[in-house]
Write a protein that binds this ligand. Sequence first.
Ligand code: SF4
Length: 404
Amino acid sequence: MIPEPPKSPIPVLPNTMMNPVDWVVGWARANSLWPLVFGTSCCAIEMMATASSDNDWARFGLEVARASPRQADLIILAGTIVEKMGSRLITLYEQMPGPKYVIAMGACTISGGPFYYDSYSVIKGADRLIPVDVYVPGCPPRPEALLYGVMKLQELIRKGAWRNSLTHKPIYREPISDLMTKCAADWEEKEKKKQEEMKEAQERFKVENPDYKGYVIKRVVGPKFEEVAPTPRPERGLPQVELFNILLEKFPALGVYSVPEVTREKIAELGNQYVLDVVVSREDYLPLIRFLQSDERLRMNYLIELTAVDWKDHFDVIVHLLSIDKGHKIFVRCSLPHDEHPEIESLSDLYAGANWHERETYDFFGIQFKGHPDLRRMFLEDDFPGHPLRKDFVDPSRVVVRPY
Ligand code: SF4
């Protein structure tokens, strides 16, 4: 049953036929929102919880979440929005048919959240891109908060219907109010009143309780727990010392990271939980990786990771390999000079996965991989100025300047 329309704050003119229609349209629109989900990180989990059975947003007319902007009139932004997503978000918003609404859920979408102070990639507020109707604060907001935000949006939609362009013209004598400014002014007024009342109450309390000394906070001492020993890594594959022996026979100049003047005995002392971390020269980098992959005893056939570290005076390119058949692992490091674009051979011919890892390392550190079939940025826009994980990268949007 359709409930009684609330009393309109806008005077209904005589002979105006459209107002009830507007009211019904507004009521229908507010109660049949179709959300396009834009869940990018942790807040999206709360948004999913809001849709699921315990909270069940279908009770509010938000029926099926849409996967296409063309079938949605509400976009719920739930999670961090990064620069590269910015243009995609605008496209999605533009593709939604009007009238359309936006809920910004969580600190990240509202202001950049925990990434406000120190991030080269996070947009500091969705309303820098598209207009936001309702902000739901929290990190993350609970489902109840999102449902409250939905109810607030429904109120706005119902009110908005009274200002619908189909309404009889004289109604436009009332200016369309700027809700945000009005809300901020109301809030300021309330805060002022609250502060005055608080001051009065404090004065009164002092007069009525002259002996009051304040409240002493007693901290609860936290319980002490016994140290839990780490679960030992299952021993699989060749022992590290044997791995080292095999490599040393073929590459006598091989070093081991953080073990000066390395010997077989020193590696044996490190025990079976240690993962060999070898340091190789630029000339031996590719031959060593090729050997690790092709030697029958080693068969390091899986590239777990390829990345880099900026030590300010040099870079380390680090490759983490695993033998899936045998189970042993190894780290391989190669030092590169701290130039603008240091270069090293690509492993993309040996491991298909190296293609993406090397693109990522190029994107963040500017390291060139010789022989890579398609070396271009992966996460950042093509025109991003610089490589953000380098220590010498200067980010003008950073709120807190780093000490290096
Ligand atoms: S606001 Fe908090 S919970 Fe939500 S996406 Fe950001 S960090 Fe995650």
